[in-house]
Design a protein around this ligand. Structure first.
Ligand SMILES: *[C@@H]1O[C@H](CO)[C@@H](O)[C@H](O)[C@H]1NC(C)=O
Length: 275
């Protein structure tokens, strides 16, 4: 029905072929814009119902996540409102949808960390995460939080049947490999995932540079490699990867929606003023 909206108020149209052309173009565009907004809705559900990544709460990130979720609901509603009312208010509709999409684009670019120096002020940007995690006060809390999640206990019980070689082939998450076991460069002998013996002979592998983490490693289950640099790095990598992905998604969706709305606007105007 909305396809007729634009032509209704105008005089009956004689240039029928052109009009049908515009209409042929408009209907798929409308459907396309609507379909494009569905991943945004899916993201909302993911953002609002996702379990917090363990220990992320210490950096107050869940609040940001909910904020982005609410913004996406807004984008979803306004995008579809504009799609379905475009024939009545094409110009105000375009402006109304472009502003939130622009905000979404900027938010995504910040999360991806395009501007390295400025983005340290923006929560969850790669630089911001790095600064937070390298802050020792934060790190002490995160460290004990990681310990409390029993991630290393789970790793041991999951891999208890594995021999040294099979364990070395196993794919570990960056937190598991950073916090639960000594770095590979320490050339320690595997007993189980969280118990490693120092090789007695002085045959240390000279091909690796000296790693302070090898000193930090302790077989005490409450210490393991939680004091290692590799553990911080593993936690940082996990968070950065997650937030960068979210950023990329926001950028891509914002660009696609901007293109869809511009095309829709052009098609609507063309249909209106074609003669
Ligand atoms: C890992 O090996 C050590 C040393 O043999 C042992 O004390 C510890 O209980 C083992 N851990 C598990 C979970 O099997």
């Amino acid at each position: 029905m909305e396809e007729n909206g634009g032509t209704k108020e105008e005089t009956p149209d004689i240039t029928a072929p052109k009009a049908t052309q515009a209409k042929n173009f408009l209907a798929p565009l409308t459907i396309f814009s609507f379909i494009l907004s569905l991943p945004v809705l899916a993201l909302v559900i993911w953002l609002l119902y996702m379990k917090d990544y363990d220990c992320e709460i210490l950096l107050r990130l869940p609040r940001l996540r909910i904020g982005i979720g609410i913004w996406m609901i807004f984008v979803f509603l306004i995008s579809n409102a504009v799609v379905f009312c475009r024939s009545r208010f094409p110009m105000p509709g375009l402006v109304a949808v472009m502003v939130p999409l622009l905000v979404m684009l900027i938010m995504g670019l910040a999360l991806v960390g395009v501007s390295r120096t400025e983005s340290r002020a923006i929560p969850a940007s790669p630089m911001w995460l790095k600064l937070k995690i390298h802050d020792n006060n934060n790190w002490n809390n995160i460290k004990s939080c990681i310990y409390d999640t029993h991630i290393c206990d789970d790793l041991v019980s999951r891999t208890s049947s594995l021999k040294s070689y099979d364990f070395s082939l196993k794919k570990l998450s960056s937190i598991e490999s950073g916090c639960c076991k000594p770095p590979t460069s320490c050339v320690m002998e595997y007993v189980n995932a969280t118990f490693w013996e120092k090789e007695e002979d002085e045959a240390t592998d000279k091909s690796y540079p000296y790693d302070r983490d090898c000193e930090s490693w302790n077989n005490d289950q409450s210490r393991l490699c939680y004091n290692c640099y590799s553990c911080r790095q593993g936690f940082l990598t996990t968070l950065q990867r997650k937030w960068t992905r979210l950023g990329i998604f926001l950028v891509v969706m914002a660009i696609l929606l901007v293109i869809a709305h511009l095309l829709l606007f052009v098609a609507t105007m063309w249909e209106r003023y074609k003669d």
